[in-house]
Design a protein around this ligand. Structure first.
Ligand code: UDP
Ligand code: MG
Length: 336
């Protein structure tokens, strides 16, 4: 698959026409100091551009008072909906919860720690309106630790680009804009939120990226360390599998199984000839073990492929099961 043409639209003029409604989705986990400043900044920017918007803050099991603050704010602010999760699920499920409550035609995601800049939202929207389904932010001047964050992220971005065919500079940037119908088609698991552009591309979306601002964390600390790199790599394998074989698992498992089993049979046939035809002793030949190993592995892979086919059909045809449980939702002063 040819990667999409990535046009750098920076610095495009912030002309925002649009009658489009926006949902700003923010997952928050222990961001009590940043949150009020962030919400004020978002509403200042969006009101100045005359945009119709709602903010959906998903509290991901915070323990620092974020939950109370968010509950209070959602009761008095008409532009804010607070979704409080029962416990800490992680950024991806929190985002998925936000998507579920979003009603806008365009969904913008950003972090709750003030590292992304709401000033960039109008530019994302302009890019989206120029004919894209998804606009991803690129933190060209990223304000994070060089060794533990920037280097692993550079390697990961390169690898993800190669494997998925969608070459973006910055998969990890949360600031992204999506047409909401795109989100409706996608289910998120693991830490797959960062792969949304790749998943969207699989769904046929047009994707671009623009440079966005990035600020150093002012309050609290990052929720992630180096361990995330490994999880991202595992997710990359999943995305690779989804992209290539989700709808046809038998092609990969069946064909490798067939190759292995056939090799086992051929080697076994050769050994049988040595034994029965030439009367040689084969009991101590490593080839015998290889033959058995190939044959058994082959049969197993083949059966696994059949099972995967059945599971894939169930996956596609059954009801979607949410990956989170919401305790309550507060909006416009009411709780339900
Ligand atoms: N976050 C979350 N649940 C988690 C971890 C993080 O909702 O379990 C939120 C966090 O509050 C922030 C965003 O995800 O709004 C990104 O987290 P962080 O800033 O720690 O990541 P970094 O910017 O260091 O990559
Ligand atoms: Mg951050």
């Amino acid at each position: 698959m040819t990667p999409p043409v990535i046009t750098d639209l920076h610095p495009s003029p912030p002309i925002v026409s649009s009658g489009l409604t926006l949902s700003i989705v923010i997952p928050v986990y222990n961001e009590v100091e940043s949150l009020p400043l962030l919400l004020d900044k978002i509403s200042t920017v969006l009101t100045a551009h005359d945009l119709t918007y709602e903010i959906i803050c998903v509290d991901d099991g915070s323990t620092d008072g974020t939950t109370d603050l968010l509950t209070r704010l959602a009761r008095c602010r008409h532009d804010l909906k607070a979704v409080i999760l029962r416990r800490n699920y992680g950024q991806t499920p929190a985002m998925a919860a936000g998507f579920n409550y979003a009603t806008g035609q365009v969904i913008i995601t950003l972090d709750g720690d003030l590292q992304n800049d709401p000033e960039d939202i109008p530019r994302l929207l302009t890019a989206l309106e120029s004919g894209y389904d998804l606009v991803s932010g690129w933190r060209k001047h990223r304000q994070d630790d060089k060794l533990t964050r920037l280097l692993p992220s550079k390697i990961a971005n390169n690898l993800i680009g190669k494997v998925t065919g969608v070459k973006l500079h910055d998969y990890g940037c949360s600031l992204k804009a999506y047409r909401s119908e795109l989100i409706a088609d996608m289910n998120l698991y693991g830490e797959l939120h960062r792969f949304l552009p790749a998943l969207a591309y699989i769904e046929g979306a047009k994707i671009t990226e623009i440079q966005v601002n990035h600020h150093a964390r002012r309050f609290g600390k990052s929720k992630y360390g180096l361990g995330r790199t490994i999880r991202v790599m595992m997710d990359l394998l999943t995305v690779f599998f989804i992209k290539k074989f989700l709808t046809r698992p038998m092609h990969i498992f069946g064909s490798t199984g067939l190759i292995a089993a056939t090799s086992g049979i051929v080697i076994g046939g050769y050994l049988t000839y040595l034994k029965l035809g030439l009367g040689q002793n084969i009991g101590n030949r490593p080839l015998l073990i290889l033959s058995v190993l190939f044959f058994l592995t082959g049969v197993q892979l083949f059966c696994f492929g059949l099972l995967a086919e059945v599971m894939m059909r169930t996956y596609h045809e059954s009801q979607n099961r949410p990956i989170y449980r919401v305790r309550n939702v507060i909006s416009h002063g009411s709780t339900n």
